[in-house]
Design a protein around this ligand. Structure first.
Ligand SMILES: CC(C)(COP(=O)(O)OP(=O)(O)OC[C@H]1O[C@@H](n2cnc3c(N)ncnc32)[C@H](O)[C@@H]1OP(=O)(O)O)[C@@H](O)C(=O)NCCC(=O)NCCS
Length: 152
């Protein structure tokens, strides 16, 4: 059955964030790190079904020059019903209203999702200029997270 859902301009709670990334098998994060991250978002939306957050997405960045569409996640049992598309559309509407010229909006698609983002106007980097990344303090799949360090 197709779930009914709405997209709300809303930051997920720390518990919702942890619950939903766990459900899709993403690396666990400390609650303190999640709180900092969510607080520093430029824009967040939640997909809500029957009063429960079943997905979310965020725009992060410096608020002036660089934006990054990230953390688009939908609970597995709610996937393939258009919720992820609605989340990316809402985030993209927000970045499209950004007032400053020459703003770059980045996204790092997980495997298989290039066309999912292409539909919203995001373009693959040319092969001579691929995106690059680096994990810091990688703990996964050894998921025991140690005591919280002092944030820099
Ligand atoms: C990616 C994700 C958010 C998509 O959410 P969703 O609600 O299932 O997306 P939609 O139902 O709007 O999908 C629309 C279309 O995108 C494509 N698509 C969606 N998920 C896909 C996947 N995992 N692999 C390949 N194509 C996918 C399909 O073409 C789909 O259309 P279809 O169902 O008619 O085939 C969801 O699969 C998810 O949470 N994945 C785990 C977390 C993740 O990897 N997030 C992306 C971070 S960059």
């Amino acid at each position: 059955m197709t779930p009914t859902f709405s997209i709300a301009r809303q930051t997920p709670t720390t518990d919702d964030y942890a619950r939903i990334i766990e459900a899709v098998g993403w690396r666990p994060r400390r609650p303190e790190a999640i709180e900092i991250a969510l607080r520093n978002s430029c824009f967040s939306v939640c997909a809500v079904s029957d009063g429960t957050v079943v997905g979310f997405g965020r725009v992060i960045g410096d608020g002036g020059i660089h934006l990054y569409v990230t953390d688009i996640v939908v609970l597995p049992e709610f996937q393939r019903h258009g919720i992820g598309t609605a989340i990316v559309a809402a985030l993209t509407r927000w970045v499209d209203e950004f007032p400053f010229p020459n703003t770059i909006v980045a996204v790092l698609p997980t495997p298989g999702l290039v066309s999912f983002y292409e539909r919203h106007g995001y373009k693959v980097q040319p092969s001579h200029s691929p995106a690059m990344s680096r994990w810091i303090n990688a703990k996964w799949p050894n998921t025991a997270l140690e005591p919280t360090p002092t944030a820099p």
